[in-house]
Design a binder for this molecule. Structure first.
Ligand SMILES: [Zn+2]
Length: 140
């Protein structure tokens, strides 16, 4: 048994409905994929994936059931309420994941550390002479 659930685009606030199975919980709608989540397209079997990759204003695909209502959310966390809507940008609906009965928390986005230049490399030391490699004696 599925039923429509309303979400909105995190970029522009465009509201859409998605048919969802009752037993799955949503975690969040984010403008970027969560680390470790696998996303399906809305016309795929997304209920077996970890989430759905959506494009704002696209994917009006009957049975899979993404419906853009034409409304716009005025929620505080809409990134750019002045953006043209639908904005055509990607965003990600993530389901709650459980591993061994424990809810998986998404890892924070990896921080982009800049490598501070090359350390003083200097010329590599010249190799010392190889050890004595004397001819292996043959015979007796
Ligand atoms: Zn949008």
């Amino acid at each position: 048994m599925s039923y429509p659930v309303s979400y909105y685009c995190p970029h522009c606030g465009a509201v859409f409905e998605l048919d969802r199975e009752g037993y799955l919980s949503d975690k969040s709608v984010t403008p970027y994929p969560l680390v470790g989540w696998e996303y399906a397209d809305p016309d795929e079997e997304f209920e077996s994936a970890d989430g759905v990759r959506l494009v704002c204003g696209e994917g009006d695909v009957g049975a899979a059931g993404v419906r853009w209502t034409g409304d716009r959310s005025d929620a505080d966390d809409v990134e750019d309420p002045d953006l043209e809507s639908p904005c055509g940008r990607e965003f990600y609906l993530s389901f709650v994941r459980f591993v061994d009965g424990e809810e998986v928390e998404p890892r924070p986005e990896p921080t982009h550390t800049t490598v501070a230049g090359e350390g003083p490399g200097g010329p590599r030391g010249t190799r010392g002479p190889g050890g004595p490699g004397g001819p292996s004696g043959f015979g007796r």
